[in-house]
Design a protein around this ligand. Structure first.
Ligand SMILES: NC(=O)c1ccc[n+]([C@@H]2O[C@H](COP(=O)([O-])OP(=O)(O)OC[C@H]3O[C@@H](n4cnc5c(N)ncnc54)[C@H](O)[C@@H]3O)[C@@H](O)[C@H]2O)c1
Ligand SMILES: *[C@@H]1O[C@H](CO)[C@@H](O)[C@H](O)[C@H]1NC(C)=O
Length: 312
């Protein structure tokens, strides 16, 4: 029996557990809040039944079969028993993660892969208290990992290539789409690109060029239409008769000119930032009722998109 341990049973830990169970792995869930992992199991059960109902349960096994692979453990050592892979999903706090990994190193064998879900902490920081970092790496998922399959694999400078290769193979097997970063960098790849998009969108609204509503449409009805299927590099490769080099001959000057005109990073808390916040809140009030309705809508739409992508 191939066992994977999930540490931290919040939003991301639950999703990882579902992804690995869908691939037929035995998943042991641990949380340091007593009873929390058991609550997570109940929540996962509900979600799996709903997914099965609408035909969106991942994997070859039924919901009942997948649920039988899951267990919850308040005791860390018990949760680690027999595992070959550990996915950490605790609070995004450097000290908490460092302490946890220091403990983990003592509790598992040397060939067990230690993988962190961190969004914004680099591996050299997360694993600084580990002695032998050759089997440590970051596997950064995108929320919600059940529908958005990308995982960024980010090595520590000491990480063995075999660690990254094994993780890549495991994640591919369970239906995620892993990508490799060759070395660590703040924000990894996804959040760097996202920061560029957020910052330029913010500047365009702040400078009175476009409304909040319309800049979102630029993405959702414009760029986003392609980006769900092809990335920015293929997009430009296809957008000139003779491909990428041709695109740069035709449009390279324009791209350079525009990229050189980007302004400084905005102050998100300045006086004029309040106007942007209130413009957003007029579109979608920031109370629980409106926000959860929109989150529900987002997840439904993502589920539909995942279904569409499955056939391509
Ligand atoms: N939420 C996202 O959109 C998202 C996306 C990608 C990556 N991540 C990353 O995933 C990780 C988890 O995020 P989340 O949103 O699931 O957080 P969360 O707050 O929902 O869950 C964290 C869980 O970890 C438990 N925990 C805290 N310290 C622990 C410890 N020492 N041992 C065991 N359990 C512990 C908590 O009790 C809680 O149940 C973070 O590093 C985050 O950056 C989050
Ligand atoms: C470190 O761990 C690797 C396995 O990931 C092992 O092959 C190696 O011998 C270990 N090195 C030391 C110094 O313990």
């Amino acid at each position: 029996m191939k066992i994977i341990t999930i540490i931290g049973s919040g939003l991301i830990g639950r999703s990882w557990a579902m992804v690995f169970a869908s691939g037929g792995y035995s998943v042991k869930i641990h949380d340091n809040q007593p009873g929390q992992a058991a609550i997570a199991l109940t929540e996962i059960k509900k979600q799996m039944m709903e997914l099965q109902e609408v035909g969106m349960l991942r994997g070859q096994l039924s919901a009942t079969q997948q649920l039988a692979l899951l267990s919850s453990h308040d005791d860390l050592q018990q949760a680690l028993q027999g595992a070959f892979f550990v996915q950490e999903c605790v609070f995004e706090n450097l000290k908490v993660k460092q302490n946890l990994f220091r403990n983990l190193e003592r509790l598992v064998g040397e060939d067990v892969i230690l993988s962190s879900s961190t969004s914004y902490l680099v591996p050299s920081a997360v694993f600084s208290s580990v002695q032998n970092r050759s089997r440590c790496l970051v596997s950064h998922p995108v929320n919600p990992p059940y529908y958005v399959k990308l995982v960024e694999l980010v090595p520590h400078p000491d990480t063995l290539a075999a660690t990254v290769d094994k993780t890549h193979a495991l994640l591919t097997e369970v239906g995620q789409v892993p990508v490799r970063l060759r070395k660590e960098i703040d924000g990894f790849a996804l959040n760097r690109v996202q920061a560029a998009i957020i910052v330029e969108s913010w500047r365009l609204v702040q400078d009175g060029i476009i409304s909040v509503q319309d800049i979102d449409l630029v993405m959702s009805e414009g760029l986003g239409m392609r980006y769900a299927f092809i990335g920015p590099m293929e997009t430009i490769h296809l957008n000139a008769p003779e491909g990428l080099a041709d695109y740069m001959r035709r449009y390279g000057d324009g791209v350079r000119r525009v990229a050189s005109s980007f302004g400084p990073v905005p102050d998100f808390f300045a006086e004029d930032a309040k106007r942007i916040v209130s413009e957003m809140c007029q579109l979608i009030p920031n109370d629980e009722r409106h926000l959860s309705a929109r989150r529900e809508r987002r997840d439904q739409l993502l589920m539909g998109l995942a279904r569409l992508k499955k056939d391509h």
